[in-house]
Write a protein that binds this ligand. Structure first.
Ligand code: NIG
Ligand code: FE
Length: 423
């Protein structure tokens, strides 16, 4: 009697495991020395989990009596874990290509924001959009992310800034989580900006006394699922104290703290995040030395977003200083109407060139560490037995080509598998 199993990916030139000892994250030294098998095969069981990975010969003898639902020949190709995008804003309508033109002509992000554009522009359009319209936009964007190799994506709300539209966005994300072949970590970002005509105090009060209690009720009823809480901690948006109030209220609801900080001005967001035991702090272009050290000790990951500095012509985050200090560095696309980038391969390339990361460091940051930043590294982020069968196959005999050939992921990525299903 022959056994049956799901998918056999065989004869790969390289299988990049990333790590193979159940590590929850990697810091600098380990990021430079990733686990890679040569001439290897991998099996994903019918339950969507990785069942075995090893040399071609070892897998062949282990599975000689097995009939697979599907066999993929990866001769001359490389297998990598599905990429994890640790920071996106993918639910909105109304693009901001006109603002891109303004920025190219010299306007700053905050000048546009303070003049009523930026996030305010997107909020205005998103409030008017139907749930169906928002879902269709999100679906198309997630499909583009999958084609670029992402299999777990963090998705934020934050273009509603009131209970009605924030809830609408979270329901749309929840529907995508249930219906689409991609894993999602859902973030409530009601503190993305101060709504027009409101003060900071009124906004903090609305979030902590109206929005969060209502969302808690919806979560208990199973009507919406939320993993993380986010705030835009920035000069002229939420100061340190109001950020802390909102984040703590979210933490009391059981949400992971994962917020925007130290982007345009030094705010001591790194220090605050470490104190609150944040799982992740994003941006950090202006983080202080103390903030870096505190984050390393607290194991609050740094989610670095190379598109922001690139688009806004800011200085890049100090990835090297963070890595040297032992911070857990992760990467995200920051996909949003300001930074219209779906591609984690492109992000890794930018992290290497503009933030001086090595290709191995960038891949660890876009897999196991990005999974850690979302509290998912026990199930995602590496090709280890028992983890999710999420992987990509690239048509190149060396995995580094995924980063080296910038803007080429469409030709390079042959196949994306999510939970054991070819996407
Ligand atoms: O991470 N900085 C705040 N939030 C987003 C931008 C959102 C927007 O401009 O619509 C960011 O870059
Ligand atoms: Fe963001």
């Amino acid at each position: 009697m022959s056994r049956q199993s799901g998918i056999l990916v065989q004869n790969a030139q390289q299988v990049v495991l990333v790590c193979n000892n159940g590590e929850k994250y990697l810091t600098r030294k380990a990021m430079q020395d990733l686990a890679v098998l040569h001439d290897a095969s991998l099996v994903i069981g019918r339950n969507g989990l990785i069942e075995a990975v090893g040399t071609v010969d070892a897998i062949q003898s282990q599975y000689q009596d097995t009939v697979f639902d599907r066999v993929i020949d990866a001769s001359g190709m490389c297998v990598l874990p599905g990429l994890v995008d640790a920071h996106t804003h993918p639910v909105w309508v109304g693009d901001r290509v006109h603002e891109f033109a303004m920025k190219l002509a010299g306007a700053s992000y905050m000048e546009i924001h303070n003049a009523g554009g930026g996030i305010h522009f997107t909020v205005e359009h998103t409030r008017k959009a139907s749930e169906e319209e928002l879902f269709e936009c999100l679906k198309k964007r997630l499909q583009r992310m999958i084609r670029a190799g992402s299999t777990l994506v963090e998705c934020k709300s934050g273009y509603g800034l009131n209970l009605e539209t924030e809830t609408k966005m979270l329901r749309v994300i929840d529907r995508a989580r249930r219906e689409l072949d991609i894993d999602i970590s859902s973030t409530y970002c009601g503190g993305h900006s101060i709504p027009k005509g409101k003060t900071v105090e009124e906004t903090v009060h609305d979030i902590t006394n109206t929005q969060l209690p209502k969302l808690k009720q919806l979560m208990l009823n199973g009507e919406v699922h939320i993993d993380n809480i986010d705030v835009f901690c920035e000069k002229g948006v939420f100061d340190l104290e109001s950020t802390s109030t909102i984040l703590q209220a979210g933490k009391e609801m059981g949400l992971h703290i994962n917020f925007h900080g130290d982007e345009l001005h030094p705010m001591k967001a790194g220090e605050l995040g470490a104190k609150l035991k944040a799982l992740a702090i994003s941006h950090l272009e202006e983080v202080s030395d103390d903030g870096i050290n505190d984050m390393a000790i607290a194991k609050s990951s740094a989610v670095l977003l190379p598109t922001t500095a690139y688009i806004l012509r800011l200085k890049s985050p100090r990835a090297r200083d963070m890595l040297e200090a032992g911070v857990i560095v992760a990467l995200g696309s920051d996909f949003n109407p300001n930074a219209y980038c779906f591609s984690m391969p492109m992000i890794m390339h930018m992290a290497c060139v503009n933030m001086k990361m090595s290709m191995s460091e960038a891949l660890a940051a876009a897999t196991i560490n990005a999974a850690y930043s979302l509290g998912r590294s026990q199930t995602h982020g590496s090709l280890e037995v028992g983890k999710r069968g999420d992987l990509i196959i690239i048509n190149s005999p060396r995995w580094e080509h995924l980063i080296y050939q910038f803007g080429a992921h469409q030709e390079l990525i042959q196949c994306v598998i999510v939970r054991g299903k070819v996407a």
